[in-house]
Write a protein that binds this ligand. Sequence first.
Ligand code: URA
Ligand code: SF4
Length: 185
Amino acid sequence: MIENFDLLRETCLSCKNCKLWETRTNVVFGVGNPKAKVMFIGEGPGANEDLQGEPFVGRAGQLLDKMLMAVDLSREENVYIANMVKCRPPQNRDPEKEEVEACIGYLRNQVRLIQPKIIVCLGRIAACAVIDPNFKVTKQHGEFFERNGVTLMGTFHPAALLRYPSNKAAAMEDFFALREKLKTI
Ligand code: URA
Ligand code: SF4
C-alpha cells in the first residue's frame, strides 16, 4: 500500500510487473478527482487510451462522457475513472488472469486512497472481478450491492453499447439510479 496518490501514480507509470509493459505506449493510470465519491472501473486501455495515457478517450469514452454529463458528473470534476489493467492488451484482447493479478494491486491501492462511496463497474470483466465472478450484466445491471460500507453497481460497458445501441436506454436508467443513490450518501 502506497499512501500518496502521486507516488502511486509514479510507481505505476514505470511498472513492468506483467508482459503488457512490452507492448504499451503509455501506462493508463486513471483520470479524475481522487476525492470523488464515485469511481468507475473499466477493463483495460484500448488503442486511443494507450496513445494518450488516459482512460476512455476513444468512441466508447465519448459515449461515457455524454452519459456522465446527463447525470451531472464529469471526469474533470466529480468522478474517478480507472481500469482493471493499466496497460493495453494487444489487439484489445481480454486481459489474462496473470495480468489482472499482477495489476490489481494498483486498483486496490487507488480505491483505498480515493475511498469512493460508490464503485460502478463498466462491463463484465470489471463486474465479475469486483462484484461477483458470476455477475451477469444483462440481468444484474443497475442493482446495488453493499460491501464493507461501499456501494457497488455493474452496468453495460460503453463499447458494448456502441455495438448494441438497443441497451442504451437501460444503461441510462442505471446512471439515473446512480444519480439518485449519490443524493443519499
Ligand atoms: N475500454 C475500457 O475498458 N477502458 C478504457 O479505458 C477504454 C475502453
Ligand atoms: Fe504493470 Fe499493470 Fe502494466 Fe502489467 S498492466 S505492466 S501490472 S501497470
